[in-house]
Design a protein around this ligand. Structure first.
Ligand code: WQD
Length: 334
């Protein structure tokens, strides 16, 4: 009997790629999503890739009755929890909505899990929880929660702390906290990729919109940072590598809280990312230098050695693979 996994936010960018890996590995998968930042058509794409269409629940985590019903009938072995609002600037404008959706939504999820004896959860956390550190190379033992620059990052930190407290209460409870760096890229089939509703916040979806001619130019937020080319450096990780990190975590879940960075350990600057995209597309991208964006740190990246040592996982795909797969996704989407 294969394990049954509920994936919240499973029609989203990282969630859908993870669902494909789960199905390909023989897990039974159900998706719960409110479709606030994703499209129902993703289910068909998942079926095209993996040959199976997961059972779908259009449910909001704030609807406790509907959520409870999903669990009552689910017989789940584990939950992978992606669902949440994730736009940093929006979180500054709408802190109450971010705390309600992300934190209260997670509390509802944990209550539904408790009521049906589900004892395993993997949480989609973020490098943002590290805040400002002495070193730009982040390791899991670093203190988190200090000087976080926005409510979005604080919701991720608070949820990590809630899961630690819950685990301390129930010694059988198994938690995986996966701290993502900068997810980018698309499924090699070209059927899944980053396709947020509305104006994107992140670098790669913005580059994609400019390349598609849906936005006039890319604004590079500052080229006067104390880095080699003056632009910020980040650890960009291919979404397929990221999805595979969840499979490795699932295989290694154990009682208590397991924390891992999911990153490449190799930072790239904004200019390097733009150049890689132009190299892959063979075309110049319209761009200009704009003012720095509030809250941006000059550079940070993952020390991924713990995930390699304990999960047997490390990134395999390169920035050029990211650009190839992103261009293929753009082509297949238009
Ligand atoms: C990367 C670099 C920008 C857009 C955030 C969240 C993190 C996670 C990933 C959700 C920065 C520059 C960007 C643009 C630009 N979010 N940039 N022009 O800020 O590292 O991380 O997204 O899971 O939690 O904090 O990613 O892609 O927004 O920015 O110059 O139009 O690209 O200034 O230096 P970031 P990003």
């Amino acid at each position: 009997m294969s394990q049954r996994i509920l994936v919240t936010g499973g029609t989203g960018y990282i969630g859908s790629h993870t669902v494909v890996e789960l199905l390909s590995a023989g897990y039974e998968v159900e998706i719960l999503d409110n479709l606030y930042n994703s499209k129902i058509e993703v289910l068909d794409k998942i079926e095209q890739i993996a040959g199976t269409k997961p059972k779908f629940h259009k449910v909001d985590l704030l609807d406790m009755n509907a959520l409870q019903e999903v669990f009552n009938g689910g017989n789940f072995d584990a939950v992978i929890h992606f669902a949440g609002l994730k736009a940093v600037p929006e979180s500054v404008e709408k802190p109450l909505e971010y705390y309600e959706n992300n934190v209260a939504g997670t509390l509802n999820l944990l209550k539904a899990m408790r009521s049906t004896g589900v004892k395993k959860i993997i949480f989609s956390s973020s490098a943002t929880v590290y805040g400002i550190q002495e070193s730009p190379e982040y390791v899991e033992t670093m203190q988190t929660g200090g000087q976080l620059s926005n409510p979005y990052g604080r919701t991720k930190y608070f949820i990590e702390e809630i899961l630690k407290d819950y685990s301390a209460m129930d010694p059988d409870f198994q938690v995986g906290l996966l701290r993502y760096f900068n997810p980018v890229g698309a499924h090699p089939s070209g059927l899944l990729g980053e396709d947020p509703n509305g104006i994107p916040n992140n670098l790669m979806p913005f580059i994609m919109r400019v390349a598609e001619g849906r936005l006039p130019e890319l604004k590079i937020f500052g080229d006067d940072y104390p880095t080699e080319d003056g632009t910020c450096r980040r650890d960009y990780i291919h979404v397929v590598d990221l999805a595979k990190g969840h499979m490795a975590m699932l295989d290694h879940l154990k009682p208590g809280v397991s924390i891992f960075n999911l990153g490449s350990g190799k930072p790239s600057s904004v200019k390097e990312i733009v150049s890689a995209f132009e190299r892959a597309s063979g075309k110049e991208l319209p761009k200009s230098i704009a003012a720095r964006r509030a809250g941006d740190l000059p550079e940070f990246w993952a020390n991924p050695s713990k995930a390699e040592a304990e999960l047997g996982w490390k990134t395999e795909l390169t920035i050029d693979d990211v650009m190839r797969d992103t261009l293929n996704f753009i082509e297949k989407s238009n």
